[in-house]
Design a binder for this molecule. Structure first.
Ligand code: SAM
Length: 200
């Protein structure tokens, strides 16, 4: 694989091959939050793992991590990055929950959130584009996520103020979950939101 760069988070190191989402502000927003949470022994699912960034941080903090991505190259990358840091994640290819059969204490999704038409043959674009309004991938995720969440668990989401947020919040409420905006961060013309969802 062609390596295009390296990203560091604290002392963890991530190789970023061509076509895989390079961890940036949105990834760091979730990563910094997770770094401060007690994850010891927690069972965690990192949906859309990319370089493995969030899942690997969670394993370093004591979590037992399953990681998925729709892009097979991301799966290979995430496993290699875990090895690089002497950590372990169980990564497998899945379109959202298609191949997920278990329940988790924590489910993470730093979702693709840019508005645009999705081209199913373009894996790189899937890192960014979340459907016409920017929220379709996340809405589809929320349709099933609660079924994979243990009763006392939580879902941690990252998305942008430009991704049709009213529909996202309505969907969370429609699934009998409540949400809490943990942090907002202004980046250029948009605001990134870090949102935690719980079952009632
Ligand atoms: C914004 S990137 C986040 C990557 C990484 N979690 C991070 O925080 O740096 C979104 C990731 O979701 C993946 N993705 C997009 N659609 C997906 C789907 N339907 N099922 C699973 N993963 C998907 C993309 O391939 C990409 O790796």
């Amino acid at each position: 694989m062609i390596k295009i760069g390296k990203v560091f988070f604290r002392y963890l190191e991530f190789e970023v091959p061509e076509g895989i989402y390079e961890p940036r502000e949105d990834s760091f927003l979730a990563g910094n939050y997770l770094w401060g949470v007690d994850l010891e022994g927690k069972k965690i699912l990192d949906v859309g793992t990319g370089t493995g960034f969030l899942g690997i941080i969670c394993n370093e903090k004591g979590g037992k991590v399953h990681a998925t991505d729709i892009n097979p190259k991301a799966i290979k990358t995430s496993i290699e990055n875990a090895d690089r840091n002497n950590l372990e994640i169980d990564a497998f290819e899945s379109d959202l929950f298609q191949k997920v059969h278990e329940k988790y204490d924590i489910i993470l999704f730093n979702a693709p959130y840019l508005p645009g038409k999705r081209d199913n043959s373009n894996m790189e674009e899937k890192s960014w584009v979340g459907g016409e309004k920017g929220n379709e991938t996340l809405i589809n995720f929320l349709e099933k996520a609660d079924k994979h969440l243990k009763k006392s668990g939580f879902i941690l989401l990252v998305f942008s103020s430009i991704s049709g947020i009213k529909e996202i919040f309505d969907k969370i409420n429609g699934k009998n979950m409540e949400y809490h905006v943990i942090k907002e961060e202004k980046v250029d013309w948009e605001k990134l939101l870090l949102v935690k969802c719980y079952k009632f």
